[in-house]
Design a protein around this ligand. Structure first.
Ligand code: SF4
Ligand code: SF4
Length: 136
């Protein structure tokens, strides 16, 4: 059975120039789609990726990443909405590229659908009361 997961990969400085993702694809048959790439102030590499592979390959691939020193986090842990701050103003809805922020037609409230979020960060800067946060 094939699995597709969106994860955040943290590469320590020593691994930034290593061909880890190439090996993941070649040796573990895992397809990856890079959704976001950046370098943190500590010069660590950070990739938000969608990984797809057969369940068995996926598990082996994740073990390989961890053994190599890459830290994995599920994407949904990293983007959060502070429900106490959100005023449901809707400013983020038109900007979100994946429709992870949508208006519920019944309640007129803005819902955050974690599974669709690619951690692009657009809503973080656009949200007037700073309700959206990304923690990498
Ligand atoms: S922009 Fe911020 S306050 Fe407005 S709906 Fe979106 S998350 Fe809520
Ligand atoms: S970070 Fe915000 S704007 Fe970007 S995909 Fe996630 S919810 Fe949408």
């Amino acid at each position: 059975m094939a699995v597709t997961k969106r994860v955040v990969l943290h590469f320590p400085r020593s691994l930034v120039d290593q061909p880890i993702m190439c090996r993941l694809a070649r040796e573990f048959n895992i397809d990856f789609n890079i959704l976001k790439a950046s370098v943190t102030p500590k010069e660590e590499g950070l990739l938000v990726v969608e990984l797809t592979g057969e369940s068995k390959d996926y598990k082996l691939g994740v073990k390989y990443l961890e053994k190599s020193g890459v830290q994995l986090q599920p994407l949904s842990q990293d983007v959060i909405r502070n429900e106490n701050r959100c005023t449901h103003c809707g400013a983020c809805v038109v900007l979100c590229p994946t429709e992870a922020l949508i208006v519920d037609p019944a309640t007129r409230k803005v819902n955050f659908v974690h599974e669709k979020c690619i951690a692009c960060g657009i809503c973080v800067t656009a949200c007037p009361p700073r309700a959206m946060e990304i923690r990498f």
